[in-house]
Design a protein around this ligand. Structure first.
Ligand code: GRG
Length: 295
């Protein structure tokens, strides 16, 4: 297995190449729409979800050729969710991935449409992926649609989050919001890779357990970064949660307790990998990277 930094450099450029092949050119009419999509996608996102698809797939012996389009499809869904999340009717943010948000640059209507295209293109990408047999494509589309939508996916998590604004919520409620809003797509990334790699049902159960802990760890570290890092380092507006009086792990249980929770989630994620009799070095590296990230 490659060293983690090499692995992340490779996945970033391979996924960017795949996205470039999948996307309509930015010069194609209507250019405003296509430019908005390119603006949002090629803006220096961390590409954690595609890295997870590829790392998990390789763990179970899948070749990159079979993983890359699904990895790119999940990045398309993730980026659409960020574009819509930044809209004035949702989080109303001006800065994303270190540059102007899509609606600030291209206007609100185009940002909505750019998000719509990224979502539909994601599912078309998997439907058209002739490196995978058709049953597998249908299984991936169903799995990813559940994770991106409702009743327990990203969109329902976003609705729960919006509905919780301005009122007190419990830790359990917060965990439920995050498992849906952020966790579901992270779990789908790992399980997609495992399914493409033909993992057994037992292995799949361990991957799900691993990714559930990783997804929550990702959100807990996001909450910590919001209060500990400046806007420049994050590439998005820092301190937004506090300004919006949003419930977060630090606001509900304090910074030190939140750090302990992050340690515990990292241990749970690594412990879940112990149930998989494969080389899980890169997956462990990803846990460490999420636990210690600074943006
Ligand atoms: C609008 C349908 C809809 C859903 C939005 C994901 C989401 C749901 C909202 C984002 C709000 C947010 C800041 C959540 C915290 C965790 C998170 C998803 C951070 C952004 O993901 P990164 O850090 O971003 O992987 P990059 O830019 O690196 O890809």
């Amino acid at each position: 297995m490659l060293d983690l930094r090499e692995f992340l450099t490779f996945t970033r450029s391979a996924v960017d190449e795949a996205l470039d092949r999948i996307l309509p050119s930015a010069n194609l009419s209507p250019t405003k729409l296509h430019e908005a999509i390119h603006w949002s996608l090629f803006a220096g996102g961390k590409r954690i979800r595609p890295a997870l698809v590829i790392a998990t797939g390789r763990t179970f012996g899948a070749v990159d050729e079979k993983l890359l389009r699904t990895a790119a499809a999940i990045e398309l869904i993730h980026t659409y969710s960020l574009v819509h999340d930044d809209l004035p009717s949702m989080d109303d943010d001006d800065l994303r991935r270190g540059r102007e948000t899509c609606h600030k640059k291209f206007g609100e209507a185009t940002a909505i449409l750019a998000g719509d295209v990224m979502q539909t293109l994601a599912f078309k990408t998997i439907a058209d992926d002739d490196s995978l047999d058709s049953d597998l494509r249908a299984r991936l589309i169903s799995l990813i649609a559940d994770a991106a939508g409702t009743p327990n996916g990203m969109v329902s998590g976003q609705q729960l989050d919006l509905s919780a604004e301005g009122r007190a919520i419990s830790i359990d409620e917060l965990e439920n919001i995050h498992c849906q809003k952020t966790g579901a797509l992270i779990v789908a990334s790992a399980t997609s890779g495992a399914i493409i790699g033909e993992a057994t049902d037992d292995e799949l159960a361990s991957v799900e357990e691993f990714a559930r802990a990783l997804g929550l760890l990702f959100q807990v570290t996001d909450d910590l970064l919001d209060v500990t890092q400046p806007t420049d380092a994050l590439g998005k507006t820092a301190g937004k949660d506090r300004a919006a009086e949003k419930a977060t792990y630090p606001s509900l249980c304090g910074i030190e307790q939140t750090k302990r929770l992050a340690d515990e989630l990292a241990r749970t994620a690594n412990y879940s990998l112990a149930g998989i009799d494969r080389d899980t070095t890169v997956l462990r590296g990803l846990v460490d990277m999420v636990a210690t990230r600074t943006r």
